[in-house]
Design a protein around this ligand. Sequence first.
Ligand SMILES: C[S@@+](CC[C@H](N)C(=O)[O-])C[C@H]1O[C@@H](n2cnc3c(N)ncnc32)[C@H](O)[C@@H]1O
Length: 280
Amino acid sequence: MNKIEDLKMYFCVFCNCMNLIKKGLKYIRYFLFSKNRKGHGIHSPFVYGFVRNILNDKKEYEAYKIIENILYDLKNNNAIVEIENFGAGSKINKNLKRKISDLAKNNSIKKKYGRLLFRLVQYYKPQEIIELGTSLGISSLYMALASKSAQVHTIEGCKNTLNVAKQIIKKANISNIQYYNSNFDTILPDVLKKEKTFDLAFIDGNHKKEAVLKYFYLFKKYIHNNSILIFDDINWSNDMNEAWKIICSDKSVTVTINIFQMGIVFFRKESSKQDFTIKF
Ligand SMILES: C[S@@+](CC[C@H](N)C(=O)[O-])C[C@H]1O[C@@H](n2cnc3c(N)ncnc32)[C@H](O)[C@@H]1O
């Protein structure tokens, strides 16, 4: 029995190493073939503006400090949360009893990308924001603090994790985040039907090709010319790479920006169809 457990563990370690190697190779390819992050050689004025005003905005906003102090505390919080596994689950930790510190380190958005979300919201000023995957609420905070007039609708399947997020957000005195405790598949159609449209959606959970495409087609029914979709972890697996390629080739999509960790999708009719890979 012990030998079987050991074998399972070695197999898991082996798979994780293989995944890391594969991701490393994908990153090298991205690094070699992506466009310069200063915007040189980008002929689309819209994308050039995106690079100059959003990617390269180096200002230290006050909100960064607030959120990153919260994240720092969470990374040192050893309380245990009993989680329910939704979506593709974690590649790193399969245990259902998880320390908050572990969720903060492995599930929450990294500072660099949280800040990018903040700047995206600040620049494009979306009013209706939908997030799939709240976890501890860190990415919700980056988006909510970027624009007080925006409403962030965030969906999380795991009740206990969402309860932690709610406490954190309450303590931070943020009132423009609305929570939904449900499976995305069940509640997303209702949220979209009720809101009628959305300006920005951040898809950060259930990293399976079928699921991601299902959400994409659902969101597509409610887009307007300036809607933005952001997919996290487009290089998490081959499955995610395939989903991303299908999204990029969809007729309704005009501009896509691949920054390796995330893929950003625009539907603006005034832009000609083009896929950009940009160093970030
Ligand atoms: C990567 S975490 C989200 C991190 C969060 N956006 C942040 O950056 O702070 C993904 C979350 O999505 C949730 N999730 C995954 N699939 C889901 C589904 N089908 N329905 C509801 N929640 C789901 C998981 O429970 C997990 O908490």
